[in-house]
Design a protein around this ligand. Structure first.
Ligand code: 1CP
Length: 332
């Protein structure tokens, strides 16, 4: 059993494992080199050899406890037939959802389209098992996927008008959940030991719709992952009540953003936690990184905890600072 699985299953607190959201990718020179030669991001996510190489890049550099598959939450809209591309210095650009012919989509077609992703899990899984490290699979949460599918690009800080029709949203979320379950099932079948569900835009939902747009869809997926005997980490970024989220959704682990009051969390949340160093801290200096890291470790000393950031590693991060952070946690 890997160290992360010990924290989750056995509530181990003697050693704190660490991995980082967005640990593979944009801040690593060895990734940028590959990316330059592969301008089509979707194609890159479907290139089994390169996915393996990129997924393992951070493990070659740092003493981290898990690999997260190099892929993207937008492989789901791609899989059901929505046009998805990534434009340099802009981000994702999606086609119209109304152009997607869902009556012509089914489980077999979807799995066939994403089969290179599942093959990558198979190869990586064998490799990581021998090193006793976890292989993390992931998806976006239904609401966050819906945001991209309807908004067709990254959202702004407030909710765009095309996302305000709640009954229409619920219909689309049903379809998203159907294919998310297929996507999760195939990741697990091919070797994912843990699933993380990214609800990166949970913070955009008005309070009165949090039940329908955040809690219920996450709870349905959590129950599904648990039924496959795999732990599930939820990351409802910027949601206004993590304690209520845990009570309603019951994830195996709750991943915290960097705005939460961790003392209150330790007091009121029983499930293992993950997080929550502000990724901007990695852009400062070693003394400051040490101060903030030790503060998090002290607060979670008696609570099962997986060290991570409060959101993804920023592109301008110096890998030397990441190495420094990992060693701090490992030497604690
Ligand atoms: O241009 C490039 O070089 C591509 C940059 C990039 C990378 C490296 C994108 C585009 N996606 C990824 C990989 C990725 N995405 C991973 C695997 C790597 C790892 O974590 O180590 C993961 C887990 C994701 C997840 C993801 N994609 C999320 C959830 C996490 C988060 O950051 O909130 C989201 C929202 C996306 C959408 C996405 N993918 C890429 C971009 C530029 C965006 C938009 C982000 C935004 O709207 O702010």
């Amino acid at each position: 059993m890997s160290l992360i699985e010990k924290v989750i299953n056995k509530k181990e607190t003697s050693q704190t494992p660490i991995w980082l959201m967005r640990q593979a990718g944009r801040y690593l020179p060895e990734f940028k080199k590959i990316r330059e030669k592969n301008p089509n991001f979707i194609k890159l996510c479907l290139n089994e050899n390169l996915v393996q190489e990129i997924t393992l890049q951070p493990l070659k550099r740092f003493n981290i406890d898990a690999a997260i598959i190099f892929s993207d939450i937008l492989m789901l809209p791609y899989g059901i037939g929505q046009h998805v591309e990534f434009e340099k210095n802009f981000g994702p650009k999606l086609g119209e959802l109304k152009d997607v012919d869902l009556s012509n989509m089914n489980e077999d077609k979807f799995v066939k389209k994403l089969s290179p992703v599942y093959n990558s899990f198979k190869t990586l899984s064998g490799h990581l098992q021998s090193k006793n490290k976890s292989l993390i699979g992931f998806t976006g949460a239904p609401w966050t996927i819906l945001v991209y599918m309807l908004n067709k690009q990254s959202p702004k800080k407030e909710l765009d008008s095309n996302l305000r029709d709640i009954s229409e949203n619920k219909k689309i979320i049903k379809v998203i959940i159907k294919y998310l379950k297929i996507h999760i099932k195939n990741q697990i079948k091919n070797g994912a030991n843990i699933i993380q569900i990214f609800d990166s835009w949970a913070g955009l939902v008005e309070n009165k719709y949090v039940g329908e747009m955040i809690y219920e869809p996450n709870a349905e997926l959590v129950e599904f992952v648990k039924s496959l005997n795999v732990p599930v980490i939820c990351f409802p970024r910027d949601t206004n009540d993590y304690i209520e989220f845990v009570n309603e959704v019951d994830p195996s682990v709750i991943s915290l953003d960097y705005n939460v009051d961790i003392k209150n969390i330790v007091k009121n949340i029983k499930v293992p936690t993950q997080g929550n160093l502000d990724p901007n801290i990695l852009l400062t200096n070693k003394d400051n990184i040490k101060k903030h890291t030790l503060n998090i470790l002290e607060n979670f000393k008696y609570h099962p905890h997986i060290f991570n950031l409060g959101h993804g590693v920023l592109p301008q991060t110096d890998p030397i600072m990441v190495d420094y952070l990992v060693n701090l946690v490992k030497d604690y």
